[in-house]
Design a binder for this molecule. Structure first.
Ligand SMILES: [Zn+2]
Length: 319
């Protein structure tokens, strides 16, 4: 999706939210009027006094500063009366109020001449979802993670890692630490990181996930003008709340990829945003391949989880 398409999609969502809020308010209003027809008379009263006020303002025939407060308090009294009526009919006092998804911008996307936070969140969400669809990875659940595949000391270690990941997901926030999961292939690193991403998304955070090859090749294409027009994967990665980089080390070796990787982890660390990296490489191999600057950041600033056991995919094949 191009940036323009993402913005259009975000406005489309806002439009839908607004329509839904208005339709819902209308449904409630119809219901209230059916039960309490005198609401119409009271609303009419308020409309009349507004018309009276407008006429006075236009004709300059009276001192507005005296009349205005009187009309305002009259209208407030009528509103109170309507609320009392609703309540006496077992309806909430604010039953007639239009309830927008975002009260700040009333689902228009801007307030006080500025773009609303809800719009920015939507843009991040849509960009992340678009990317995630293209990586063909599916989100996982903690419930499907089977500790039965691990034995002895491995089981003990993996139980701790499993509990840590569950707690991490349950308490996920923008202040959560970054995680480096390492260990041989097929030990559940992808599964647990995608289960964390899943919970983060359910909590309303944006999460971006894919393999190192997915991300790095897209960024490279975009850098050399071969990417989708207007797409900016680097920006999407830096803006997402949680970034899951899967299978680091399985991508082609290139100096360009290494520099992308350094930039991404550094920028996210500076922004204080959590990242989860999975790799089959050992710490020494990470250092050899990506350099000391990268490995020291990962080893000291990330929470390191060392996965152990016997390849689960292999075990499943034997059964
Ligand atoms: Zn808003």
């Amino acid at each position: 999706m191009t940036k323009r398409e993402i913005y259009e999609a975000a406005y489309h969502v806002l439009d839908q939210r607004r329509q839904e809020a208005l339709m819902d308010a209308k449904r409630r209003r119809d219901l209230a009027l059916e039960k309490i027809p005198q609401i119409l008379d009271l609303e009419d009263q308020m409309a009349q006094s507004t018309i009276k006020l407008t006429k006075l303002v236009l004709s300059h025939s009276a001192d507005i500063s005296e009349i205005m407060p009187k009309i305002v308090s009259e209208n407030l009294a009528v509103q109170e009366k309507i609320a009392d009526l609703l309540q006496s009919h077992q309806l909430p006092r604010d039953f007639l109020k239009t309830k927008f998804h975002c009260e700040n911008c009333r689902d228009t996307g801007s307030a006080q001449g500025e773009r609303c936070q809800c719009f920015n969140t939507l843009v991040r969400q849509i960009a992340a979802e678009d990317f995630n669809r293209s990586t063909h990875m599916t989100l996982c659940h903690f419930d499907d993670f089977k500790l039965g595949y691990y034995q002895g000391e491995d089981l003990e270690t993996m139980s701790k890692i499993f509990d840590f990941c569950k707690l991490y997901a349950a308490g996920f926030s923008l202040r959560s630490p970054s995680i480096l999961m390492f260990g041989r292939t097929g030990l559940g690193k992808t599964h647990l990181s995608l289960a964390i991403a899943h919970e983060a998304i359910q909590k309303g955070y944006t999460a971006l996930y894919g393999t190192a090859q997915d991300f790095f090749s897209k960024i490279q294409d975009e850098r050399f003008g071969k990417g989708e027009e207007g797409a900016n994967t680097t920006e999407t990665i830096l803006e997402t709340d949680l970034f899951v980089l899967d299978d680091l080390g399985a991508e082609y070796e290139s100096a360009f990829y290494t520099s992308i990787f350094y930039h991404l982890i550094n920028a996210r660390l500076n922004a204080g945003k959590p990242t989860i990296i999975n790799t089959n490489l050992l710490p020494k191999q990470i250092e050899n391949r990506y350099g000391e600057r990268v490995s020291s950041r990962l080893m000291t600033l990330y929470k390191c989880l060392k996965f152990c056991g016997t390849d689960i995919r292999q075990q499943k094949l034997w059964k």
